[in-house]
Design a protein around this ligand. Structure first.
Ligand code: FRU
Length: 924
């Protein structure tokens, strides 16, 4: 699996898991809420709004507390049949779940009940009936039985022949019909005087009807009203007529409460009432059963009973008790419902809690899983990283090895080259001697051949070295501003003899008199030496070689053309002319080995270009183009304060010849030098002073401190120091003076009575030049002083006189010489440090840069850098002559950053390269 894929899974997984958890939680919660039953709508088509029906509603409401899923809508027709029909139809249209109908009349309502029933809406008929059996169930008391019980009781109150008035309910309503029929069974027409009055179930209608007939029937004995309302109305009418004591009244319904049937019986207004339960409670129970899909009986007949003076009290108490129990139950039920609601809420809360817990658990698991995965990935990455690091280290090791191998090869190559150079030098040296020999005669041709070839081999070795340096990036270009015309003229001059010998017309054409070009003279020397050598090689006798210098101001460059009238080259040869050791036949470049390839490298190091045009048998033209100015060189490629070296070298060379000679004799001018005697033995000090002061300026001191102070103060040319100075240690003087730059150059002769080898060694190690034991021979001491001073002077002059001292030499005073001597000593001390320059020199001499420059310029007439380079070169020359060191070693020993820079400076200074100089001078 790729990292990217794993990381994307890592990102996706928690989201997926969270989503799943969320869905599960919602599912749990919805499960818990779906436990709540479906809600149902039940429509009640109520016939009227009297007290009895209000009691029915109240019973229903109480029962509905147990069925919160049922919503009851009550529509009251207020005894209006048409209105009741409309209400039933509306229920059907609303698609209520169940309809309860208490039909005002049977016939007109029946079709609508049937309709609802046939449309699969369960219908409960309550109290009054319809005229068909297309309904779900009927609930109500047995009205026939009610009529019978009323008749039965009436018969106990009256005698046959008595007058009975029956106040019937609404015609067409079934309770009215059935109650009447039952009553008739006991109070029939034959035995009793019967008057039947039709009403609409209301008290007002009953009173109206009764009042209408009462006057004619004042002998009435009993009235049976189909409900208690009408019975009360009948009582009021009778009372009005003064008949209330005579007439026994029986009612129906037996409602509790004020003006209810039970109270009327209790008060003696009614003889009796028949309990006619509303069935509200039962209707709701049945509705719930039907709605739950349970099957129910077609008829539910409620019990009835007769209430008269005998049982009214007991029944009322019972009813009150039942009522209060019902209210109690209702209260408890409400509480239970509240608890259920609380429970439901708590359950939801628990589910949420559970869901949260599940989410947290899953998340925790995911986090652990992801952390592990991450750790794995990190570990894998770390391993990969380690591998990469190992590989990198391997590569570094390989490249280091390669670098070392390369360095070793380079060293080997350099060594081999030197190995070649030495025997070649040893060949050309004797050959030159032989050539100079008068007797060389018949060998001259061969000797010249040997000399030419050995020089050619030498050059080849040098070129190979140059290539190696270029390839190893060890060859650094060091440019200085230079007079191009003079530079080329110098080169041309060295070819003049050859031109003469070969009968070649060698010309130099320059365009402007002063053309300053920034270049590395040693490189350019090789460039033009090569081009001219080639031209001479391939130009036959009588030919022409022209060197043309042309400044191209517009392009800020200069072009130097070397043209010959030689053999020329083919196109093929031209295309390979700058290749190293191209193997093609008659290769132009082969003539000089690596020359042209190296030439090209050097020109390119100058950001220049070299081009060649050639035609067979016509000639060849090389054109070197160099940019003017020095902005194309980096700061460290530009040499500071050495621009005058070319001219400088000539003047120094002239001086060298003049000045060294007189010193060779070793003459020390009288009292030119000063000697400091540090000696506590007064007599000896006096003796020495007397003997020495004819030749030297003598300064003396008697103890360590005085000696050191005077040495610093006078900077004498020599010090003679005793080792025992008034109980003090004379070695202290030596170590102090030798370790201080201001005095370290002063030669010290220890003159002591201490003869032990340890002291002798200690003195020499501290830097003392000589060690003499007492008693001593004065002549010997003087000789040693002379020797040291001559050698010192020789050495100093050796260095100084190769510097441009000409302007100041004769006039320089003692103080100046001291300074020069100090200057020389400091420079000498740091001669191998390439970083050593004006700043450090000034610091060491306790002088500012400006002070130093002015003083050096005033005394020597040159800049400080030129002076330092001069000292370096002089030392180099000395080392080349005296030591068996390679040019590179000498270069580094004398503080040149590169051997190439050294060679350039050396050649500019002494007129020949260090190697040439060495080979020429060493042999002699
Ligand atoms: C109420 C009522 C009751 C009676 C019943 C018969 O409207 O008149 O008094 O018992 O109807 O349906």
């Amino acid at each position: 699996m790729s990292y990217r894929k794993r990381i994307s899974d890592f990102v996706k997984t928690p989201n997926r898991a969270l989503l799943t958890t969320f869905v599960l939680t919602i599912f749990f919660i919805s499960c818990s809420s779906s436990r709540k039953e479906e809600t149902y709508t039940v429509g009640l088509a109520q016939a009227s709004n009297d007290e009895w029906r209000m009691n029915m509603h109240e019973a229903m409401r109480r029962e509905l507390v147990f069925y919160p899923e049922i919503e009851l809508i009550i529509e009251n027709a207020e005894d209006d049949v048409a209105r009741q029909i409309a209400q039933i139809e509306q229920f059907i249209e609303q698609k209520v779940d169940l309809i309860i109908v208490s039909p005002i009349k049977a016939e007109p309502i029946t079709p609508y009940v049937e309709k609802a029933y046939l449309e699969n809406i369960p219908v409960i008929i309550i109290d009054r009936k319809t005229s068909s059996d297309l309904y779900s169930t009927y609930i109500g008391a047995n009205n026939l039985e009610i009529g019978q019980l009323a008749g039965q009781y009436a018969s106990t109150l009256i005698n046959p022949g008595d007058k009975v008035i029956e106040l019937r309910g609404l015609k067409g309503s079934t309770p009215a019909q059935e109650r009447s029929a039952g009553f008739d069974q006991y109070i029939d027409q034959e035995q009793f005087d019967r008057i039947d009055l039709e009403t609409d179930w209301t008290r007002a209608d009953a009173e109206r009807n009764l009042a209408r007939i009462l006057n004619d029937n004042r002998d009435v004995d009993l009235i049976f009203a189909h409900n208690d309302r009408m019975a009360l109305g009948a009582y009021e009418i009778c009372k009005k007529e003064g008949l209330s004591d005579q007439v026994k009244i029986i009612g129906v319904d037996g409602l509790p409460g004020a003006n209810g049937g039970l109270e009327l019986v209790e008060r003696g207004i009614l003889a009796a009432t028949l309990l006619y339960p509303t069935g509200g409670q039962e209707a709701i129970k049945l509705a719930a059963e039907i709605l739950r899909g349970q099957s129910v009986e077609k008829e539910h007949i409620l019990h009835t009973t007769l209430v008269n003076g005998d049982n009214v009290r007991m029944i009322r108490l019972q009813m009150d008790k039942i009522l209060s129990q019902q209210l109690n139950i209702e209260r408890q039920q409400r509480k239970i419902i509240e608890q259920i609601r609380d429970y439901d809420n708590q359950r939801i809360f628990i589910y949420l809690l559970l869901g949260g817990f599940v989410i947290i658990t899953i998340l925790a698991a995911l986090i652990i899983y992801n952390a592990r995965e991450k750790q794995k990935i990190v570990q894998e990455l770390a391993e990969k990283n380690q591998k990469v690091i190992d590989q990198q280290n391997e590569i570094i090791r390989y490249s280091k090895e390669a670098e070392e191998a390369n360095a070793a090869r380079f060293k080997f190559f350099t060594n081999i080259s030197h190995e070649f150079r030495t025997p070649l030098t040893l060949i050309s040296g004797p050959i030159e001697d032989m050539l100079r020999d008068k007797d060389a005669g018949r060998f001259i041709k061969d000797l010249k051949l040997i000399k030419g070839n050995s020089q050619r081999l030498l050059r080849l070795v040098d070129q190979l070295m140059d290539f190696r340096r270029i390839d190893n990036a060890k060859m650094k270009i060091r440019v200085a501003e230079c007079d191009l015309n003079a530079f080329l003229r110098n080169i041309i001059n060295s070819f003049k003899r050859l031109a003469n010998d070969k009968g070649i017309d060698l010309q130099l054409h320059v365009q402007s008199s002063d053309l300053r070009v920034w270049m590395d003279q040693s490189m350019m020397d090789k460039v033009f030496f090569n081009l001219l050598s080639n031209a001479f090689k391939f130009t036959p006798y009588g030919g022409k070689i022209i060197l043309t210098v042309q400044a191209d101001v517009e392009n800020n460059q200069v072009s130097i053309k070397v043209e010959d009238t030689g053999n020329g080259m083919t196109l093929e040869q031209v295309s390979h002319v700058f290749d190293r050791f191209y193997q093609g036949s008659k290769n132009y470049s082969l003539g000089t080995g690596l020359g042209l390839a190296l030439t090209k490298e050097f020109v390119e190091m100058h950001h220049g270009k070299i081009a060649v045009l050639s035609k067979v048998n016509v000639g060849t033209q090389f054109e070197v183009t160099l940019p003017l100015g020095n902005t194309h060189f980096s700061e460290d490629e530009i040499m500071q304060e050495v621009s005058g070296l070319t001219e400088l070298s000539h003047s120094i060379m002239e001086e060298e010849k003049v000045d060294i000679t007189p010193l060779e004799g070793g003459a020390i001018h009288s009292r030119e030098h000063s000697v400091l005697i540090i000696e506590d033995h007064e007599e000896l000090k006096g003796y020495l002073t007397t003997r020495l002061q004819s030749e030297f300026e003598v300064i003396s001191a008697s103890n360590v401190q005085e000696g050191i102070t005077k040495a610093f103060e006078h900077v004498p040319d020599l010090i003679i120091c005793d080792l025992s100075l008034d109980g003090e240690d004379g070695f202290e003087v030596i170590s102090t003076l030798k370790s201080d730059v201001k005095s370290s150059h002063i030669p010290i002769i220890i003159l002591t009575a201490k003869t032990s080898m340890e002291d002798h060694l200690k003195g020499i190690r501290l830097g003392a030049e000589d060690y003499m034991t007492k008693p001593f021979d004065f002549t010997m001491l003087l000789e040693r002083i002379h020797t040291i001073l001559v050698n010192r002077e020789k050495l100093r002059q050796h260095y100084i006189h190769e510097l441009p001292l000409a302007q100041t030499n004769g006039n320089s005073g003692k103080g100046e010489r001291k300074f020069i001597s100090e200057l020389a000593a400091v420079v000498e001390e740091h001669i191998s440090d390439p970083q050593f320059g004006v700043n450090q020199l000034g610091d060491l001499l306790n002088m500012s840069r400006v002070q130093l420059y002015r003083k050096v310029k005033a005394i020597l007439g040159i800049g400080v850098n030129d002076y330092i380079i001069g000292v370096r070169l002089k030392k180099a020359k000395h080392l080349i002559l005296e030591q068996d060191m390679t040019v590179s070693e000498v270069a580094y020993e004398t503080g040149f950053s590169t051997p190439a820079y050294f060679s350039t400076a050396f050649k500019n200074h002494f007129g020949s390269s260090p190697s040439d100089f060495k080979s020429k001078n060493r042999k002699s």
